[in-house]
Design a protein around this ligand. Structure first.
Ligand code: ADP
Ligand code: MG
Length: 311
């Protein structure tokens, strides 16, 4: 083992990834708590290995406050295992938060939904435009959509509540999260296992095998992923946070596919404002060319805030 490689103390397993366990570890040099995602690649075909390498490359490029930080990777050739070391998110993920509120039989307060939405959008902006969000303009400036950078443009491709992690910079945060605690969470987009850098990919074939509750109709039709497919998934996530159930539910894969392609869903509860409902239904629309981009939504929100301030 390379002398300069950091050493880690292993703590408990906190999850199971599709290719191995996920454990909490402590980096010994500074006692920093991190997560180690283990990926056994022995049985992987060359495409899957390629995907793995691209996950590492993408993650090491993507630095953003709302994206799980990737610190380092190493690998053990003997056991054909890759270890990815990343930021530890101590407050679980959005699927756990949704379960919490479902169990409490309470709606997620609307301010939480907005806060979560804006943070996911900022992460998506970073991915989709390959650059940091410019300072949002006020309505006076007639802001124009920023151009995409020449750098990496990344489509997440597997956006779902289980891949949106939660953390908190507040040490007071309770062990057992209460409703109020969720108002302080910081969102971190993670699990870029299926993500692809557009630049790197010429091949668009879909490789997904999970239950595609959050997958867009165009992707189900084997059309290429675009950043707007992530926007569809975002819409489904927001829908689920508000309604505490997925927009398209089905017993079989075929039934689900039919429902998604038809794009019809029950409205979200009246408890939520018209503006929130509007954003959700704009994201979940079958014609992807009509979906808003991450920038458009953020810009609309910013305009609404400025207008409110003027009243
Ligand atoms: P997979 O590619 O198999 O979906 P994930 O990266 O989503 O793997 O991780 C699987 C599980 O491990 C998650 O549901 C979560 O419980 C845990 N986990 C993964 N990354 C982190 C992290 N950065 N912080 C805290 N828990 C994590
Ligand atoms: Mg996952």
């Amino acid at each position: 083992r390379n002398e300069r490689q950091p050493t880690y103390r292993l703590l408990e397993e906190i999850g199971r990834g599709s290719f191995g366990s996920v454990r909490k570890v402590i980096r010994e040099v500074d006692n920093k708590v991190m997560v180690r995602k283990e990926v056994r690649y022995g049985h992987m075909n060359s495409r899957e290995r390629q995907q793995l390498i691209s996950e590492c490359a993408i993650l090491s490029q993507l630095k953003h406050d709302n994206i799980v930080e990737f610190f380092h990777w190493d690998h053990d050739a003997k056991s054909n295992t890759l270890f990815l070391y990343m930021e530890y998110c101590s407050k679980g993920d959005l699927s756990q938060m949704i379960k919490h509120f479902k169990h409490q039989r309470k709606y997620v307060p609307e301010e939480h939904v907005w806060r979560i939405m804006v943070q996911i959008l900022m992460a998506l902006f970073k991915c989709h435009y390959g650059r940091d969000l410019p300072k949002l303009q006020t309505i006076y400036d007639e802001a124009e959509e920023p151009t995409k950078s020449k750098g990496y443009v990344v489509i997440h491709r597997d956006l779902k509540p289980g891949n949106v992690f939660l953390t908190s910079y507040d040490d007071e945060f309770n062990q057992n999260a209460s409703d109020a605690d969720y108002s302080k969470v910081v969102i971190k987009l993670g699990d870029f296992g299926l993500a692809k850098s557009l630049q790197a990919s010429i091949e668009f074939a879909t490789t997904y095998v999970g239950t595609p509750y959050y997958m867009s109709p165009e992707v189900l039709r084997d059309q290429p992923y675009s950043p707007l497919s992530d926007i569809w998934s975002l819409g489904c996530i927001l829908y689920e946070i508000c309604s505490l159930r997925v927009p398209f539910q089905a017993k079989t894969y075929t039934e689900l596919q039919d429902k998604v392609k038809a794009g019809r869903f029950e409205p979200v509860p009246q408890f939520y404002s018209k503006s929130l409902q509007d954003i959700i239904s704009k994201c979940i629309q079958v014609d992807f060319t009509k979906r808003p981009t991450s920038w458009t939504i953020l810009d609309d929100i910013q305009c609404r805030i400025s207008r409110k301030a003027l009243d």
